[in-house]
Write a protein that binds this ligand. Structure first.
Ligand code: AMP
Length: 189
């Protein structure tokens, strides 16, 4: 199996690059943010449970997120591998993912962090808010998401660095150039 994490702050381009990676590698893409938004749209019990947190830009508790992620992996038993997008966002999530994959006799090939500076992130998200109307892209909520990123999510990077699994890719520039850089990393797994 080929499993890897696409990592980066809100607006880094994880969604855009994931689309291209799915086509290239025929992997299953799991975006926890997309799954939560689907639950909210369909007003499922999980959607009702998490909608206020997400609208406010806060992280969903680990226990809920991990259970949802595991269920999603389990529902794709024939997958050639997975691209994890937006997960893990905390160290306990990263540990749970390692344990879960290990229990299935597999693991992460690596973690690719898309590097984008704060100014560019703010510009991109303002644009996305105009295009999609995502409530959590509004300026005050976005601020909270960026704070969540810098208080909790960045700690995931040293976790993977210690395992020598972390690669950084410059996330600014032409979409196809960034994609080519990602492919170079992945083709070396
Ligand atoms: P995203 O589309 O990845 O930016 O996710 C949108 C929102 O969903 C986040 O701001 C969180 O509220 C929630 N969310 C997505 N993934 C996770 C995660 N791994 N852990 C906790 N909350 C998450």
């Amino acid at each position: 199996m080929l499993n890897f994490v696409l990592f980066g702050p809100p607006g880094a381009g994880k969604g855009t690059q994931s689309q291209k990676l799915i086509d290239q590698y025929q992997l299953i893409h799991i975006s926890t943010g997309d799954i939560f938004r689907e639950h909210i749209k369909n007003q499922t019990p999980l959607g009702q449970q998490v909608s206020a947190l997400i609208a406010d830009g806060q992280l969903v508790p680990d226990q809920i997120t991990i259970a949802m992620l595991e269920e999603e992996v389990d529902s794709n038993p024939n997958a050639k591998g997975f691209i994890f997008d937006g997960f893990p966002r905390t160290v306990p999530q990263a540990q749970a993912l390692d344990e879960f994959l290990e229990s299935k006799g597999t693991g992460l090939a690596g973690v690719i962090a898309l590097d984008v500076d704060q100014e560019e992130l703010t510009r991109r998200i303002a644009q996305r808010q105009k295009e999609t109307g995502r409530v959590d892209d509004q300026a005050d909520k976005l601020q909270k998401r960026i704070e969540e990123y810098f208080s909790k999510t960045v700690h995931v990077l040293p976790y993977y660095e210690a395992q020598q699994k972390l690669s950084k890719v410059n996330g600014i520039g032409n979409v196809d150039d960034i994609f080519a850089e990602l492919r170079t990393v992945i083709d070396n797994y």
